[in-house]
Design a protein around this ligand. Sequence first.
Ligand code: HEM
Length: 466
Amino acid sequence: MVSLKPPSLMPVTRAEALLILSCLAVALLAFLLVRQLVKQRRPPGFPPGPSPIPIIGNIFSLATEPHVFLKKQSEVHGQIFSLDLGGIMTVVLNGYDCVKECLYHQSEVFADRPSLPLFKKMTKMGGLLNCKYGKGWIDHRKLACNSFRYYGSSQKLFERRITEECMFFVDAIDKHKGRPFNPKHLVTNAVSNITNLIIFGQRFTYDDRNFQHMIEIFSENVELAVSGWALLYNAFPWIEYLPFGKHQKLFRNAVEVYDFLQEVITGFSHGRVPHSPRHYVDAYLDELEQNTGDPKTSFTYENLIYSVGELIIAGTETTTNTLRWAMLYMALYPNIQESVHREIDSVLTHGRPPSLENKHRMPYVEAVLHEVLRFCNIVPLGIFRATSQDAKVNGYTIPKGTMVITNLYSVHFDEKYWDDPGVFLPERFLDSSGNFLRREAFLPFSLGRLLEVLFKIHVMNYPRLG
Ligand code: HEM
């Protein structure tokens, strides 16, 4: 019989062990570095762009006023150029002609959203705003759009409820008895209540601290989601394990927001009768139940929470900021404020509340609102998009899945379409007879396939826009 003796392990000294570990660490670092540098190579035929710093690329250039930086870069590299966001190759569209060519003439190609680690972590690429272009994308937009039409614009009652909200708003202002105050919270509450009527069938009172807190931290997350930390997280998702950094705040806020939304959704779905939806949440739950058992369905309870949150914040942040800018500009230009006031007084006689029917008789007010939206650039870089297939633009090749930034600020400050774009001038939206004048290069809500569906949501809020 042969006995097999296991080979004895060679004793390794501490110094040797350290050397082996160091070699492994160096090899791993070298591998990661080479992988990163390969990721950072521009694909053949890709648009040119500013020189990137190794590893982090152009991330730090976007730290402050990125829309201004990107417009300046377009003067050097052309209307379409590329950025390296730490290995995430990105194309930036600038100026009306370029944005129209991509988002309008090639709308389907530019309809996707990028698969960014942040979106994956926050909404698992589901929900409404950041889901991938496909069946779930269509289903969720259809449902949101139908709900906004059915529970919103199609009902005369809805207009009455908006008027009621305005009354609550004016009463709350009156409580300050002419003393100065920051209107931010009041405007936010009033504005979000219009969306809340469609989503939950009810408004939240202005002293509902829980709702206010939710909106506050959600707004904070909107800011954090486009901050340098978010870009770093997208490029290097392992920073999730660092105990510091603003991305950690973003994650904590998200947990709190989703917990709150889950609670209110449960509350507002009490007493639901299947197939007799009272609001968006009921309509979503009907879809969810009808599709139970379909493995391909995107209607899930989780996606309901994400969609509700996204609808609330998409409507609230944007409209609130528009109104706050409008207030600021009325204070800065008392002559414009006076003309606005005069026109409103001339149409709304005998103390009648305003209605949508009155809008076409207020061309100056309309022009002022349009100029606020142009000048203040509420969403200056749109929402990040991605190519759903390989694309060709201005002779460049953009591979499928490339992240795309639409610089809407550069459209509103495009000298080819606007004279003196840096001047606040409502008259640019009026013809020589004082009638309202539509302008082609006015894209506060962006353009294209996404908005073909949600256009209706925006137009409902601003019926003369678009
Ligand atoms: C002044 C007000 C508003 C502005 C400036 C604004 C602007 C925008 C912009 C720039 C986009 C990005 C489109 C893109 O991907 O290119 C967008 C998308 C969106 N907005 Fe608005 N918006 C406003 C009001 C609202 C309101 C009131 C709602 C609904 C309550 C809303 C719901 C949405 C939704 C759901 C999307 C995602 C569209 C999609 O992914 O298909 N927005 N908005």
